[in-house]
Design a protein around this ligand. Structure first.
Ligand code: ZN
Length: 93
């Protein structure tokens, strides 16, 4: 027999699949990947990302794109793994 308290504890925390403050989150993502975010903004976004699936995906996508762009600017080869990562993220949105 399982008590109510145990049931609640045993349930893994589900992330939100819809972000009600997406505009705000994506603004933070831009600042972070550009290295312009303050510590406060970073903390704020990390807090969001822990609960919010679209924010996490958005952040990873932006980071991948940023990496790929940086390599192109440096006239280096963009690794296939990075391209795959971006494709996967886009199709997962
Ligand atoms: Zn969010």
């Amino acid at each position: 027999m399982i008590s109510e308290a145990e049931k609640v504890q045993g349930t893994p925390q589900q992330k939100k699949t819809h972000c009600e403050h997406e505009g705000e989150c994506m603004k933070l993502v831009q600042l972070i990947v550009d290295g312009q975010a303050t510590e406060e903004q970073m903390a704020q976004f990390k807090n969001n990302m822990a609960k919010c699936l679209p924010c996490e995906n958005g952040y990873e996508l932006e980071k991948c794109i940023k990496d790929a762009m940086q390599l192109r600017i440096e006239k280096k080869c963009v690794p296939t793994s990075l391209i795959d990562c971006i494709k996967k993220k886009i199709s997962g949105l």
